[in-house]
Design a binder for this molecule. Structure first.
Ligand code: ADP
Ligand code: ASP
Ligand code: MG
Length: 412
């Protein structure tokens, strides 16, 4: 008998009909002889609705109370799923993140899991129960409720799979697996049968919300094999696992886009040591994640520093940057939250030249201006105008032949 962790996202538990479908799926896995832990998200758009509700009260909610509020979404799902399973004659128990002893740091709304004391879950499993755990939440060492950032239920599932040494972690969602681009934006996108942790981590970090980046990091670290698949059918999905260097690699395995981006530029910055340290440590202190950083060449002992952040951090970041600007004697700050990031990811990129040129060609042909560029061994990202994002993703997807059958694209 193995242990299987099954995670069901918001659309999979959106209404009573979906909940009954999930209950059957969990029971199927149990009947196959497994001990099953189901991790569930809040139903449908509940998390967004709770955020909107809070905005009707205040624009500056306390982080602690916001987590208290958002954690209720997942609590609804666990109780309803337990009831749906009971209805079908099986024994199940629901646990909140804190009851499941998921311990996090104290960074409200972006908390990181520090450890999981899995004794309670193990003993419930050993007594024959299906265990249902609320995704996206945990508690600090002091017992305060925290949440793990948007999409955090994926991370709960992978962390539980690691803690329980599960044989498999299945991520059930509303698409059949990981595609070469978001299938809602690029209808010709193709499902990938397998993808490496590194490529998946890049895709997720660059905006492919199908998995939360942290969950992929966790999976890689603890060697948890993931199966991303649909809760609406029994099709095989995508396996995320370590891929050996001997295996064939695609030059580009996917195109990702991210609309949750804002660009900030500090201009006419004195070109002296210590400036970047001052700026970025001030942002880090407030838990603002900085993504792309570009510093221009020095001209007349001044330069410009541009960087990107998550859109919702714009006003917080702006206040910090304005303060740093005065301290370091820079001349001005601009920001633009109408931008998007489009990226290509592929492990085969490292051994193939001309990949960047081909991406830029696709954008040039669509007359799309590139504002910032960042590259790593297996990815290239460009910041462009937000209104061009869809057009850009489609053009790049075609340019790299991803609209065609994938087997033709592999290199040896
Ligand atoms: P869940 O509620 O199940 O966690 P999410 O909305 O978080 O679901 O993630 C699934 C969505 O991810 C899909 O509906 C799809 O639009 C989006 N997505 C973005 N990029 C990709 C990709 N490369 N492959 C598959 N889905 C993607
Ligand atoms: N309910 C949370 C969200 O909408 C967590 C999750 O779905 O994974 O972000
Ligand atoms: Mg999700």
């Amino acid at each position: 008998m193995g242990i299987v962790v099954q995670k069901f996202g918001g659309s999979s538990v959106a209404n009573p009909e979906c909940m009954a479908r999930v209950a059957k799926r969990v029971i199927e896995c149990r009947k196959a002889g497994n001990q099953v832990v189901a991790v569930v998200s809040a139903p449908g758009d509940t998390t967004d609705e709770l955020i909107s509700l809070s905005k009707k009260i205040t624009n500056q909610p306390s982080c602690r109370e916001m987590d208290m509020l958002l954690a209720t979404g997942e609590q609804m799902s666990i109780a309803l799923l337990a009831m749906a399973i009971h209805n079908l004659g099986y024994d199940a128990i629901s646990l909140t993140g804190p009851q499941a002893e998921i311990i996090t740091n104290d960074v409200h709304s972006k908390a990181k899991i520090i450890c999981i004391n899995a004794e309670r879950i193990k003993s419930e499993l050993d007594s024959g129960k299906i265990v249902i755990v609320a995704g996206f939440q945990g508690k600090t060492a002091n017992g305060e409720i925290t949440t793990l950032g948007r999409g955090g239920s994926d991370t709960t599932a992978v962390a539980l799979a690691a803690a329980l040494k599960a044989d498999m972690c299945e991520i059930f969602t509303d698409v059949d697996g990981v595609y070469t681009a978001d299938p809602r934006i690029v209808p010709q996108a193709k499902k990938l049968a397998t993808i490496s942790y590194d490529e998946m981590l890049e895709l997720a970090s660059l905006g492919a919300v199908v998995l939360q980046p942290r969950s992929v990091e966790f999976a890689k670290l603890h060697n948890v094999k993931l199966h991303v698949r649909s809760s609406f059918n029994h099709n095989e999905g995508t396996i995320v696992q370590e891929v050996s260097a001997m295996e064939k690699e695609m030059v580009v395995s996917g195109v990702a886009h991210d609309l949750n981006v804002a660009k900030m530029t500090l201009f006419d910055v004195p070109d002296v040591p210590g400036i970047a340290q001052k700026l970025f440590s001030a942002l880090a202190k407030e838990n603002i994640n900085v993504d792309m950083i570009i510093q221009s060449n020095s001209r007349n002992e001044y330069n410009d520093i541009s960087f990107t952040i998550e859109k919702e951090d714009t006003s917080k970041a702006l206040a910090i940057v304005e303060k740093v600007k005065t301290e370091i004697g820079a001349k001005g700050v601009t920001f633009d939250d109408q931008v998007a990031k489009v990226s290509i990811v592929g492990a085969g990129m490292k051994s193939n030249s001309g990949v960047a040129a081909k991406m830029f060609e696709a954008l040039a042909e669509e007359n799309i201006n590139i504002q910032l560029i960042a590259t790593s061994e297996i990815k290239i990202s460009c910041i462009i105008d937000r209104e061009n994002a869809q057009k850009a993703v489609q053009a790049i997807h075609s340019k790299f032949g991803l609209d065609n059958e994938l087997s033709q694209l592999k290199i040896s």
